[in-house]
Design a protein around this ligand. Structure first.
Ligand SMILES: [Zn+2]
Length: 529
């Protein structure tokens, strides 16, 4: 039985044209050979699995190939190409910087650079994970790097270029490798699947590519693992199961549950993840990605080219995008990014996730800020038409100012002694919006509105029955102590409550009253300047 070769090695690019996602770098390297403008040292930087060592090897092959093609590709058939591919070439030496990081290792290199090449044109040192070298080792390398013998080249690869000494960096031609686009990874996986004769749904490939996050080797390793896991055809569900992730459908169900205000679904979904042993942190990442996609669809439409989604997912995202407001998506994304950090350090990831899901569901019930701004603008216009106010100093409770009642209110809070109340010069306006404004002009020093400022009768107030002035009649007391309407600021308002109607005393009026108070304050300041 022949040794099994993992997919990442079996399908490793052997020529420049096989390298995916790095076309600019490939062009530069090919031109360097073509126009004979070779540097002493090259540094390939990039995250894992993006093809750093692969590029270095293909470049080394192309430089030493005995019969390169017209466009600078290695032939892959000459002895040099074969030796480099097999890792047995005496002219191309691969050194692992992580395990050969000391000064002695570098001294060995320094001693061997002077020897001529065995058969190839160049002697090439490929040092992987070069950032792992010690400072002394780097310094020992400096001199050789500055003026190497004519036929010696250094190719460095690193995931952490910031750890490489600046003196080394300045002696290298640096290439930053891109993360490989999801579509390119899918294409490569599809080719591998066809070559191996395995059948897999394109959505399943999408899941793998997405999970690999721009690293081709990761995608190939995952694909390898999934092929071993399956006997028959690979479906999206089975691949999601093998990867330990939830299928995206649950996220679309969550969107609909959120719109319906189904708070219990937050617990349901967490329980499901928890009982199936899914990674909650990974789910949080998928959730963030989900809202990112929703926002992108909202902003650019489902056909946007930068969306790496399947046709079915584009449809689903379009439907979900209609359930959210644009601003809401931005807010959700903002706190999901914060929550991603929180969940990593949380003692209970489960509760953190539940709280996050609840918050997303509740975000459907917030009053859109644009609407408040619009109403505020309307109020401002109405105020502009009112007569110029004058200031009368009189002791008056804030609650009575708000409610427009003078004799049936609880005593004023102790901190309110003296207040400035604006009285119109002419007869008080009697239209509803103006009445709201005129009754809401009392300003305490503390800008935070108390319940009485907002015209809310609290339970606490109802308990202070004995403190009420004796002049208040029994019927008036009964009316005053009536069980107050609970104010849920988060509840979704209907169209009617947006209309300012003082008679309905709708709970949303309190918010608008508060904004009106602030607005009046601003206008007052301006009119006295
Ligand atoms: Zn060759």
């Amino acid at each position: 039985m022949p040794d099994y070769q993992v997919l990442a090695r079996k399908y490793r690019p052997q020529r420049f044209s096989d390298v995916i996602g790095q076309s600019a770098i490939v062009t530069t390297l090919k031109n360097a050979i073509k126009f004979n403008r070779l540097a002493h040292a090259y540094l390939f930087c990039g995250s894992r699995g993006t093809g750093k060592t692969t590029l270095a090897r293909v470049f080394a092959k192309a430089l030493n190939c005995q019969q390169p093609t017209a466009d600078g590709e290695p032939c892959n058939t000459c002895s040099s190409c074969k030796e480099i591919a097999a890792g047995t070439s005496l002219d191309v030496l691969e050194i692992d910087g992580a395990s050969h990081r000391g000064i002695d290792d570098i001294r060995q290199i320094n001693e061997t650079v002077a020897y001529s090449t065995a058969s190839g044109k160049y002697k090439i040192y490929i040092i992987d994970e070069v950032h792992m070298l010690t400072k002394e080792a780097f310094n020992a390398l400096l001199k050789t790097l500055e003026e190497p013998p004519p036929k010696v080249k250094f190719f460095f690869a690193t995931t952490e270029p910031h750890k490489v000494l600046p003196t080394i960096l300045s002696r290298c031609q640096r290439f930053n490798l891109n993360r490989i686009p999801t579509v390119d990874i899918i294409e490569k996986l599809q080719k591998i699947a066809t070559d191996l004769g395995v059948s897999i749904q394109s959505e399943a490939l999408h899941l793998i590519a997405h999970r690999a996050d721009g690293g081709l080797r990761d995608a190939e390793s995952l694909f390898d693992q999934i092929i071993s896991f399956h006997e028959g055809a690979m479906t999206t569900e089975s691949v999601a199961g093998a990867l330990g992730i939830m299928p995206r459908d649950i996220l679309f169900t969550f969107d609909r549950a959120g719109k319906d205000g189904n708070l219990a679904f937050a617990f349901e979904i967490t329980q499901q993840l928890f009982s199936q042993g899914k990674d909650l942190i990974h789910f949080m990442e998928s959730l963030t990605d989900h809202f990112r996609s929703i926002l992108m669809v909202k902003l650019a439409g489902k056909t946007a080219s930068f969306l790496s989604l399947t046709e079915k997912e584009r449809e689903q995202y379009e439907a979900s995008a209609k359930l959210y407001r644009q601003e809401q998506c931005v807010e959700i994304l903002d706190f999901l990014i914060e929550a991603q950090n929180q969940i990593k350090y949380s003692s209970s990831a489960r509760i953190t996730l539940e709280a996050v899901l609840l918050r997303i569901i509740r975000s459907h019930q917030r009053i859109p800020i644009e609407l408040l701004v619009k109403k505020l603008a309307e109020l401002e216009q109405q105020v502009a038409t009112l007569p110029k106010p004058m200031v009368v100093s009189t002791p008056i409770s804030s609650a009575s100012a708000i409610n427009g009642t003078t004799n049936t209110t609880p005593p004023p809070p102790p901190q309110v002694k003296q207040q400035e109340v604006i009285m119109p010069v002419s007869t008080p306006a009697t239209t509803a919006p103006a009445a709201v404004l005129m009754t809401a002009v009392s300003m305490t020093e503390d800008p935070t509105p108390s319940n009485s400022d907002l015209g809310i009768k609290t339970k606490k107030a109802s308990k202070s029955k004995e403190k009420l002035p004796p002049a208040v009649s029994a019927t008036e007391q009964a009316a005053l102590l009536k069980e107050p309407v609970a104010v849920e600021l988060g509840a979704r308002p209907t169209e009617e409550v947006y209309k300012i109607d003082i008679k309905t005393q709708s709970r949303y009026d309190t918010i608008l009253q508060f904004t009106a108070v602030e607005l009046e304050g601003v206008i007052q300041k301006k009119s006295f300047r």
